[in-house]
Write a protein that binds this ligand. Structure first.
Ligand code: SF4
Length: 203
């Protein structure tokens, strides 16, 4: 039996997985992935991202669970009614990941969203902590944003599909209007370099 620490990684897409998987493996984690992203609109776009991810996960020998739950009306209602739609979106996805980790007997979970300069570390940590508390597991946060440019290069080299917007139909509109995402941090992302230290949150 492996002595490595098991980590359930919420995966949003193949490009973000590249550097995050490598980073956690370098730290000695045995990584399993979960694709649960009902925030990706429309369904065809979700399928496109998933197809690319499945190919890359297989190539990298990473087990991947896929949650096909796609309650579109509920998801849209949740995003439209939330004070901060991205926080609600993080809560939904990280909550489902923490629940599956607990079900599988995996103590730790994390997310590839931590590589995106468009997602606020503060909001991700807040949602991760809540999910950890609700499901009795620990959230691992590591700032991978300095590796964002590298993830883009690696994606091109591996011919991975790179999406032009975050996921929801609102973000698809906002890229044309050049509106910032409500999930974006007020702080500029760190310069290109190494990932930050790993931090564990249990509540
Ligand atoms: S912009 Fe991205 S993180 Fe924010 S609600 Fe839409 S899909 Fe979720």
């Amino acid at each position: 039996m492996s002595s490595k620490r098991r980590l359930l990684l919420h995966v949003c897409c193949a490009p973000c997985l590249t550097v995050v998987l490598e980073g956690y493996r370098d730290l000695g984690y045995e990584v399993e992935g979960l694709f649960y992203n009902p925030n990706i609109h429309p369904w065809r776009e979700r399928e496109r991202r998933l197809e690319s991810l499945e190919g890359y996960s297989a190539r990298m020998d990473m087990p991947l669970s896929v949650d096909d739950d796609y309650p579109l009306e509920e998801n849209l209602r949740m995003l439209l009614e939330a004070d901060n739609r991205c926080l609600a979106c993080f809560r939904d996805r990280l909550g489902r990941t923490a629940a599956l980790a607990s079900e599988k007997g995996i103590d730790l979970f994390s997310t590839t969203l931590s590589v995106s300069p468009y997602q606020s570390p503060e909001l991700l940590i807040r949602a991760g902590r809540e999910a950890a508390r609700d499901h009795g597991v620990s959230f691992v946060y590591r700032d991978y944003r300095p590796l964002y440019a590298r993830s883009a290069r690696t994606s091109r080299e591996n011919e991975l599909y790179r999406q032009p917007y975050c996921g929801c139909v609102l973000s698809e509109r906002d890229r044309y209007l050049k509106l910032g995402s409500p999930g974006r941090s007020g702080q500029p992302p760190p310069e290109e370099g190494g990932a930050g230290p790993e931090v564990l949150y249990s509540e």
